[in-house]
Design a protein. Structure first.
Length: 159
């Protein structure tokens, strides 16, 4: 693996001796998670996207959900003890996380925000999340992801 593929997410996994597989694919601009899994060949149910939200308290939160699903805002707010949460504006992603849209990983943001992984991740030995750069995906255990991000698991999907 060349130096150019070492994102903050990868450095954190290496530093914590967390086993992972790094998958790279050709992509020059933002594509949504569904197109990402087509590019990587990753299983749809095991591929997760990273959503960054702001609570009524003005604190930021990270939610990790399957790419083809939508978050239940009320369930997400309950999971972080907020009255309500909403998505941050696309223009704010980089200033808040240090990542750009389409390359936002739950690992290695500018600050460690409270993180919630949808409970469906616990059904799998491995899940796929952004590697911190467009064209980079990380495959790892959901428990390892939760450990390294200090995340909790909760049912946060819209039904």
């Amino acid at each position: 693996m060349g130096k150019e593929t070492k994102t903050n997410a990868v450095r954190i996994l290496d530093r914590n001796k967390i086993p992972y597989e790094l998958i790279t694919y050709e992509c020059d601009e933002f594509i949504d998670g569904v197109h990402t899994l087509e590019a990587t060949g990753a299983p749809a149910g095991q591929t997760y996207k990273t959503l960054v939200m702001i609570g009524k308290s003005k604190k930021y939160y990270v939610f990790v959900i399957p790419v083809a699903e939508e978050v239940d805002l009320k369930a997400a707010a309950r999971a972080v003890n907020e009255k309500s949460v909403e998505m941050i504006h696309v223009k704010d992603i980089q200033s808040v996380t240090g990542y750009i849209r389409g390359g936002c990983s739950p690992l290695g943001m500018k600050k460690a925000f409270p993180t919630v992984i949808d409970a469906t991740a616990e059904l799998y030995d491995k899940i796929y999340v952004s590697g911190g750069r467009i064209g980079t995906t990380i495959c790892l255990s959901p428990q390892d992801l939760a450990t390294v991000t200090n995340a909790s698991f909760a049912d946060i999907l819209a039904r």
